[in-house]
Design a protein around this ligand. Structure first.
Ligand SMILES: Cc1cc2nc3c(=O)[nH]c(=O)nc-3n(C[C@H](O)[C@H](O)[C@H](O)COP(=O)(O)O)c2cc1C
Length: 198
């Protein structure tokens, strides 16, 4: 599948400037900016307006909770996330609150909310990196996560730092061009072609 590291068509500056960074400055994030990040998630769309997302966050000046969140990350993520001034765990309620039954769009909606948070971060001069690399059972146990919640991702947030301070291998990845599939690889203007029988 063909890729390119160029923006092939005009897009919104927040999308253009978003990047999953691994290098964070030690500068703390102002409480009102943290509130704006979560405000952005409030206004994300969701199936039946269920708003199934839930967040647990900790800043570096809450060492006990920050360390609990940090200790749930896998080792590969801890190497760089150790400098993040803000860690967030994102979760979704599995069941509808106003109807009976499972909300099969809960994780879809959580992903949308996390994207809103990521773009709001750029607006505030911040960057985020989402993480699926964490110890699930440890997270459930340490944070007393009830059965009705599904864990999404952890999110590291901070002001961009100096990539040169990262370990050599990560520095290389951090500075590498970001590639994406060309639209022709995933956008169709018609149905899938007939599939061979079999
Ligand atoms: C659901 C999800 C899980 C991810 N998990 C990790 C992770 O565990 N560790 C990591 O370093 N990056 C993780 N990432 C970041 C991706 O690697 C990154 O988004 C991708 O390489 C594209 O780069 P960009 O976000 O800078 O465009 C994750 C991103 C998403 C959306």
């Amino acid at each position: 599948m063909e890729k390119s590291d160029q923006f092939e068509h005009p897009i919104n500056d927040l999308i253009r400037n978003r990047k999953s960074t691994r290098s964070f400055s030690e500068q703390p994030i102002e409480p009102e900016r943290i509130a704006s990040l979560f405000e952005a998630t409030r206004w994300a769309p969701s199936s039946t307006n269920e708003q199934p997302w839930v967040f647990i966050y900790a800043t570096r000046d809450q060492p006990e909770l920050w360390n609990q969140l940090f200790s749930c990350l896998n080792e590969g993520n801890q190497i760089w996330a150790k400098d993040a001034p803000l860690l967030i765990l994102s979760l979704a309620r599995k069941n509808f609150s106003r109807f009976s039954g499972t909300n099969s769009y809960a994780m879809y909606d959580l992903g949308g909310a996390n994207s809103f948070l990521s773009l709001q971060a750029v607006e505030l001069g911040l960057q985020v990196r989402q993480m699926a690399g964490f110890h699930k059972q440890r997270t459930i146990d340490l944070l007393n996560i009830p059965d009705q919640y599904e864990i999404g991702v952890f999110i590291a947030v901070g002001y961009p730092g100096d990539p040169q301070s990262l370990p050599e291998k990560l520095k290389h990845r951090e500075l590498a061009p970001r590639e994406r599939f060309l639209q022709q690889e995933f956008v169709m203007n018609g149905p899938f072609p007939p599939q061979p029988e079999g």
